[in-house]
Design a protein around this ligand. Structure first.
Ligand code: NAD
Length: 487
């Protein structure tokens, strides 16, 4: 079976329908967050359809795992195909997700780059490795693929996060069943259609539907690795679901990253980068800056610099030229952002910018900078995942680092200052997977990405991400076989 698609979006080529007969009612609506109105639909696949899909992925695996050269060629072709389809993929992604068109183009480019990265690097990573431990035997580690992989992703970066899962899984020799969020199924479905021209049947299958489709996929006995990105509660449910089949589990979960500004920071110099580290993609980034700790002496300057940028930001539909910040992706998320903000304001916080929904159709929220926020306010202690940034003052650095680490999350963090050695020393005290100095949330394809505490289990990115899709197989033999009775 090829990368299977279902449903139809206006203005797009019709994709093959999902397997099995279904009534016309078995679809769900896809909304444009810039208007709040329905603009497309996707097929609501039933959980029992996964049996056939996973069986097909298992059959395809037998051939896909056997020919690394063919895989490399197919993955390079996949990267080219994604790039060639950018003019169709990017506007559709913006339409269903909300982000500015330029950011959607960046997401498509990153998807292609990731395919190319793993096509290039997998052959080296898959080389057998000798174990030299002084014994008179030759031991060698070979790397074997796992089987069908379930990839389940959220709505904030539908293509980029999907490719972070399927590119290494496919390069390692596995096949993949990919389930996008029901909020953003259409660009993923189109991506599957594009890739079906270059990947063998059954190697990458897209399934769309509402819950319990994801729960059933995570728990399916034919799946050998569940790789999930999303919230902490759903991550726990996924791990429980995969427990019965003892499938490998990789979880990339939420974050509540702190940015700690040191007393030698040049506020105006870093303000743009700090602002966009928090507000890019409307704050819907797992490793966005979600709290800022500023020295008391600089506190009002930092609040003012961020508030000025928030007020100057052009908010609008992602397809409108000039838009810098789109809408929040969906009504539930908007309600959450609004609730966090109004609770902070009720607790005595001050909105230095924004603080409210925008009075227009769609899910727009004014870019918001909050000052004088109580440290126990949910906008500080939880993941707001929206265009709202609390700024908190501190008196000494130990206090700031303790506050930064006082969270169940451990995804990323950053320290900002002029003395880079001092900043690096402070960054080393952050309890997280990635610590940046004078920037935040920048990742190379070659580096590992892993959260600690509630932010995740397992590693994505680079050769480590590839190896998360493999198992070691050790071949152990004497260096030299002596004939029977030989000396
Ligand atoms: P979510 O956990 O609600 O959903 C994620 C995916 O899981 C969706 O496809 C959803 O349909 C599916 N799902 C829902 N219930 C399921 C179940 N019981 N079993 C299996 N799958 C199920 O997350 P969301 O609201 O779509 O995304 C926002 C969250 O994702 C935030 O917490 C954010 O921090 C996190 N995130 C993390 C990373 C990372 O790399 N650490 C990256 C992006 C987003």
């Amino acid at each position: 079976m090829r990368a299977r698609q279902s449903g139809r979006a206006p203005g797009l080529p019709a994709a093959p329908r999902s397997p099995g007969k279904r009534s016309p009612g078995e679809v769900f609506a896809v909304l444009d967050p810039a208007t709040g109105e329905v603009f497309g639909e996707a097929v609501d696949q039933r959980p029992d359809e996964l049996d056939g899909v996973v069986r097909g992925a298992g059959e395809a695996w037998r051939h896909w795992r056997a020919d690394p050269d063919a895989r490399t060629a197919a993955l390079f072709a996949a990267a080219d195909a994604v790039e060639a389809a950018a003019a169709d993929l990017a506007p559709l992604l913006t339409r269903e997700q909300g982000k500015p068109l330029a950011e959607s183009h960046h997401e498509v480019a990153r998807t292609a780059a990731r395919l190319r990265f793993f096509a290039e690097s997998a052959p080296q990573s898959l080389q057998p490795q000798p174990i030299e431990d002084g014994r008179p035997v030759r031991s060698e580690i070979h790397w074997r693929s796992l089987g069908p992989v379930a990839a389940i992703v959220p709505w904030n970066f539908p293509l980029q996060l999907a490719s972070a899962k399927f590119a290494p899984a496919l390069a390692a020799g596995n096949t993949v069943v990919l389930k996008p969020s029901p909020h953003t199924p259409l660009a993923t479905r189109l991506l599957g259609s594009v890739l079906s021209a270059v990947l063998p049947e059954g190697v990458l299958t897209i399934v769309t539907g509402r819950e319990p489709l994801g729960a059933r996929l995570a728990a399916h006995p034919g799946i050998r690795h569940v790789t999930f990105t999303g919230s902490v509660p759903t991550g726990r449910a996924v791990a429980r679901g995969a427990a019965d089949s003892l499938a490998h589990v990789t979880l990339e979960l939420g974050g509540n990253d702190a940015a700690v500004l040191l007393d030698d920071v040049e506020v105006q110099k870093v303000a743009d980068r700090l602002f966009w580290s928090a507000f890019r993609n409307c704050g819907q980034v797992c490793m966005a800056v979600k709290r800022v700790y500023a020295p008391a002496r600089l506190y009002s300057d930092v609040v003012e610099a961020l508030a000025q940028r928030a007020k100057a930001t052009v908010v609008g539909a992602g397809l409108d030229p000039g838009t810098q910040l789109g809408p929040v992706n969906n009504a539930t998320q908007l309600a959450r952002v609004e609730d966090c903000t109004s609770r902070a304001l009720a607790d005595g916080a001050r909105a230095a910018a924004g603080g409210h929904r925008l009075d227009r159709p769609g899910y727009f929220f004014a870019p918001t900078v909050l000052a004088d926020v109580p440290a126990d306010s949910p906008v500080v202690t939880e993941e707001q995942f929206g265009p709202v940034l609390p700024v908190l003052p501190y008196r000494d650095l130990d206090e700031a680092l303790d506050a930064a680490n006082d969270t169940g999350f451990g995804l990323g963090g950053s320290v900002w200052g002029t003395d880079l050695d001092r900043a690096e020393e402070a960054a080393g005290r952050l309890e997280c997977g990635t610590a940046w100095i004078n920037h935040h949330a920048e990742l190379s394809l070659a580096q590992p990405f892993a959260g600690t505490k509630d932010s995740g289990v397992g590693v994505a990115g680079g050769p480590w991400g590839l190896h998360g899709n493999l198992r070691p197989f050790v071949v152990h033999r004497p260096r030299e076989e002596r004939p029977e009775g030989g000396r």
